[in-house]
Design a protein around this ligand. Structure first.
Ligand code: C5P
Length: 423
């Protein structure tokens, strides 16, 4: 049985930790729970002990515990340490290496992977100090999940809500390399579109899944700044790319999603890296390699402007923008020495869709191009009609919800990666 050490920090979201404990037990994961002093003001050790079916630890100074179970041992006998909710204070202490209570001492003493699910007020999450701490923790190898966005207990709105317990469980299972059978079966099999309408999602993909594979996905638009307050952007919502990242994770892949600015929640089990410009995206993609496959869905800005250091002022004549070309991330990746075995590009076209996509496949060096006609409401809309252009020819799919396009494509990718001749 896989075991985790769950550290419950002090925030209103601590109540969701109770549900997380219940879901972990149901999924066959053993837990020991450490409750911080702050956490004990929101949930009781008794609740967590009953749900985890184990003793709950609260203090470093409990000599009985130290005799029976030293804090070093407690930090090392689990397969994974999970901090949920990870408050701004806990993240700051973790980043600084402070150890002034049981939770932080365990976090400093552990030799196991650490996963943190943050929860805090939106301003605290966006504060430069928290940004710095999260960046430091990620650089140190800690998996810091993106918080959810929405209304908060404090009455404000924005990112900072604890991800739903289901999403944290998915991230835990991914970190423990447990493939979720119910997700391999497809996340919404009860919906209208859950039934596979063709053989696209093959039984081979379902059986083999994508466990052990690392897949890189880019999604969303890029913002190319003109001056400190203005930027050039496009209408990409990121929905198709996010759906693909989620569908790949649901098949057991380790997914790195490099995302331009969007307002979507991170799909369960996906590691998201937020970027703004094409150049940032190119750097994040390079840093995320190696990967077994890359699916480049982002609508990358073709040009960047020379950025004015100060806000441009309205004058007599409008300013002219000096544009230069952005790196073509897909083409660079497809020709790099670290090329993933399967490189998939997207082509948004408004006319001669298949012809342009076929030419693009050759020009960019991609294995597959997923082509779509964006002359209608595709950008930002819920559905997509795509053509899959591969070395074997063109396959046209009927108009489908973006989630279903994602599931079919993920199944095809699983098929290709587990039957290499299909790449
Ligand atoms: O050339 P075009 O923008 O039509 O190509 C679209 C494909 O190339 C998409 O897969 C997109 O993510 C990728 N792309 C890229 N870097 C760019 C431009 C496009 O990765 N600078």
């Amino acid at each position: 049985m896989k075991r985790i050490l769950l550290i419950v920090g002090g925030g209103i979201a601590a109540y969701k930790a109770c549900e997380l404990v219940r879901l972990c037990r149901k999924a066959g994961i053993g837990l020991k729970v450490v409750l911080t002093e702050g956490g004990s003001h929101f949930v009781t050790p008794m609740t967590l002990a009953a749900l985890s079916e184990n003793q709950v630890y609260t203090t470093l100074w409990d000599l009985k515990d130290e005799a029976e179970m030293g804090h070093i041992q407690l930090s090392r006998e689990a397969d994974l340490v999970v901090v949920a909710p990870a408050t701004a204070d806990l993240l700051a202490k973790m980043a600084a290496g402070l150890a002034d209570d049981l939770a932080t001492t365990l976090l400093l003493a552990t030799d196991k992977p650490v996963l943190a699910a943050p929860a805090m007020n939106v301003r605290m999450w966006e504060h430069a100090a928290t940004r710095r701490n999260v960046a430091q923790l990620r650089a140190d190898g800690v998996t810091v999940l993106e918080p959810d966005e929405g209304p908060m207990a404090c009455g404000e709105y924005g990112p900072g809500r604890l991800p739903e317990p289901e999403a944290i469980l998915a991230a835990i299972q991914q970190a423990l390399s447990i493939v979720r059978p119910e997700l391999v079966e497809g996340p919404s099999s009860s919906s209208d579109f859950g039934q596979e309408k063709s053989g696209a999602s093959t039984s081979a993909a379902r059986t083999d899944g994508l466990a052990g594979k690392h897949i890189l996905v880019t999604a969303g638009p890029t913002h190319e700044p003109i001056d400190p307050v203005r930027y050039i952007a496009n209408r990409s919502s990121g929905r198709q790319g996010y759906a693909i990242a989620g569908a790949l994770a649901a098949l057991g892949a380790r997914v790195t999603l490099v995302s331009g600015p969007v307002t979507l929640p991170t799909p369960p089990g996906v590691t998201r890296i937020d970027v703004e410009t094409a150049q940032d995206m190119a750097n994040a993609v390079a840093a995320a390699l190696p990967a077994d496959a890359a699916v480049m869905v982002a609508a990358v800005g073709d040009w960047r402007a020379e950025t004015a250091p100060q806000k441009l002022k309205k004058g007599d004549a409008p300013p002219s923008l000096l544009l230069s070309e952005n790196p073509d991330i897909l083409a660079l990746l497809a020709r790099s020495p670290h090329r993933p075995a399967l490189v998939v590009g997207f082509a948004a076209e408004t006319e001669a869709v298949i012809e342009h996509a076929t030419a693009k496949r050759a020009r960019k060096g991609a294995d597959w191009i997923v082509a779509n006609d964006v002359s209608g409401d595709v950008m930002g809309g819920p559905a997509n009609a795509v053509h899959l252009v591969t070395a074997d020819g063109v396959e046209s799919w009927e108009r489908l919800p973006k989630d279903e396009v994602a599931r079919r494509l993920a199944a095809r990718i699983a098929d290709a990666l587990t039957t290499p001749s299909k790449g």
